[in-house]
Design a protein around this ligand. Structure first.
Ligand code: SF4
Length: 274
């Protein structure tokens, strides 16, 4: 049946609030042709207005968006973020209580016995490399920063295994310094939004910084990542259940029928798998 109508869509009581049946609309040209959703003819003013409208909508869709790594201080967040490479936040959250009970600060972790550390980190995968990273990072903190996590981008990126993405996570969530976290979800979504055509995370960060007010960067990053994990999936985007559908030039790369799309929306419990 075309177009899909909303009145035949029944929302199960368990449906998460961020699943929004999209108003009937044909798939956008980029979704039909496979062209890039970035329109170089869109003026900078128009793109900025559209971006801010979408950012406001994201705040309504994901009011509870937050860092999904558990931590109590900057050191724990820094280590947890480094450990989250190639695994899920949920998996990291399973090992960090044991890790930080045993090694509560950089001095303790820098002196860890490798075999014991590897045993704790084993469930996260790549545990030998991660043990190396945790040891190298802690030693650098002890040797160069008195065991404290520095609160400046210029210092953070000198630490082994810490790039701008990790530094922005730490700055935004432990130091309240606004930061854009360009991870795999973030990059995919802002390209689908037609906000940038860049693939390089540093260039993506610079372009999105021009569109979103600085004070919103940290929360905005969480909301985009939440949306990527729950609705706008890498393989099958739930376009027909997406609250951004009206403004998104990629609408239609996934199912547009609300009933089909609603089934693709992941609950919080199932969302940390991509
Ligand atoms: S789910 Fe579809 S409509 Fe929503 S942001 Fe992703 S590509 Fe755009």
């Amino acid at each position: 049946m075309w177009p899909p109508t909303l009145d035949r869509v029944s929302l199960p009581a368990s449906q998460p609030a961020y699943a929004r049946p999209a108003p009937p609309r044909r798939p956008a040209p980029a979704a039909r042709t496979g062209a890039t959703p970035f329109d170089p003819a869109e003026s900078s003013l128009s793109r900025t207005r559209r971006a801010r409208r979408m950012a406001r909508e994201l705040a309504l869709i994901h009011p509870d968006a937050h860092c999904e790594l558990d931590f109590t201080n900057a050191f724990e967040l820094l280590v947890a973020t480094v450990l989250s490479a190639q695994t899920t936040d949920k998996m990291v959250n399973k090992v960090t209580p044991t890790l930080f009970a045993r090694y509560p600060d950089a001095v303790a972790l820098a002196g860890a016995e490798r075999e014991e550390l590897e045993t704790i980190l084993k469930p996260t995968g790549f545990f030998r490399a991660k043990a190396n990273s945790a040891l190298g990072l802690s030693r650098a903190l002890v040797e160069r920063f008195d065991g404290e996590v520095p609160g400046r981008m210029a210092d953070l990126v000198t630490l082994p295994g810490v790039g701008r993405k990790t530094a922005n996570v730490v700055l935004g969530n432990a130091f309240e310094v606004p930061g854009l976290t360009v991870d795999t979800h973030f990059g995919r979504l802002v390209r689908r939004f037609g906000w940038t055509a860049e693939e390089d995370p540093v260039k993506v960060e610079a372009e999105i910084a021009e569109l979103v007010p600085k004070k919103e960067w940290t929360d905005f990053s969480h909301r985009v990542i939440f949306h990527g994990r729950r609705v706008c999936h890498a393989k099958k985007a739930a376009c027909g259940a997406c609250g951004l559908a009206k403004w998104c030039p990629s609408f239609g790369i996934g199912p547009v029928d609300p009933e089909v799309a609603l089934k693709l929306v992941k609950t919080p419990a199932a969302s940390d798998t991509e």
